[in-house]
Write a protein that binds this ligand. Structure first.
Ligand code: SF4
Ligand code: SF4
Ligand code: SF4
Length: 253
């Protein structure tokens, strides 16, 4: 009998919400996947470990120089690395701290000086440190997309992640555009693949999946200002929510 691929899960700076998504995944497709892989390391669900990994799935962003060796060691142990969730893919909301110097005080107040809160100035996608083979974007990541990526790899096929914007999926759903009801939205620049659930539920897309190919950020800013009535600074801030680490200038505004 052929040996099942060994799959391991790791976390860096994150809320671990994407891991929770996986452990909550009780539907038949995921249970079927478990018949075809061996999960050999997954801190959220088991205590066993191994050195030998076929697929390493990494959640969370790189925020501490001291974590570099661990990240590189995981890369060296694995044949394939999947970065899953916005924190690993774009540095996600962790990168909000990249444009402010007083982030620890703002969040932790008088406890801000505790040593375990020390991290380097910028939160970065893990692809800044190691080679990443595939991304499962989103906050949280789409468990169905994750399943699709792993399933393609098990069948020796290349996973397909859309490069077009969320607006395409939104139009396919025949959802009324948020701009037509006096709201705002970032679907024009956001990477599709989620099925545009936010506009479908009457809330704006915040580009949690990162930017699509050829995203026109200047056009988005102008739309936020001219159509949604945002101030110039609010329009710029809007781009930072999940994608701050991807912007050319992440220093102080
Ligand atoms: S991507 Fe979102 S849900 Fe996933 S770990 Fe990061 S903050 Fe949590
Ligand atoms: S609601 Fe958002 S995603 Fe949908 S068409 Fe309008 S801008 Fe695009
Ligand atoms: S619609 Fe936008 S914010 Fe909502 S899941 Fe998709 S990319 Fe993320």
């Amino acid at each position: 009998m052929t040996q099942k691929p060994k799959v391991a899960f790791f976390d860096f700076s994150s809320c671990e919400g994407c891991q929770i998504e996986l452990t909550n995944f009780g539907d038949a497709d995921f249970l079927e996947l478990l018949n075809h892989i061996d999960i050999v390391e997954f801190r959220e669900a088991m205590s066993e470990k191994t050195d030998d990994i076929d697929i390493a799935c990494i959640e969370g962003s790189f925020t501490r120089e001291s974590e570099k060796d661990r990240l590189i060691a995981i890369r060296n142990r694995a044949k394939i690395v999947i970065a899953y969730g916005a924190c690993a893919h774009t540095a996600g909301i962790n990168a909000l701290k990249n444009h402010t110097t007083d982030f620890k005080k703002a969040v932790y107040g008088q406890d801000a000086d505790q040593p375990h809160l020390n991290s380097n100035d910028k939160a970065l996608p893990i692809s800044h440190v190691i080679k990443v083979d595939y991304f499962a974007p989103g906050c949280p990541m789409s468990k169905y997309e994750f399943l699709n990526i792993v399933s393609h790899l098990l069948h020796g096929k290349e996973p397909v992640i859309p490069t077009y914007p969320v607006c395409v999926e939104c139009k396919r759903n025949e959802t009324i555009c948020r701009y037509d009801v006096g709201d705002h939205c970032m679907g024009q620049v956001a990477m599709a693949g989620c099925g545009a659930p936010c506009p479908s539920q009457g809330i704006p897309c915040e580009a949690c999946r990162g930017f699509c190919e050829q995203a026109n950020l200047t056009a988005l800013e102008n739309t936020l200002i001219n159509k949604a009535g945002f101030s110039a600074s609010r329009a710029k801030d809007k781009l930072r929510m999940f994608t701050n680490a991807l912007l050319p200038d992440t220093s102080n505004p």
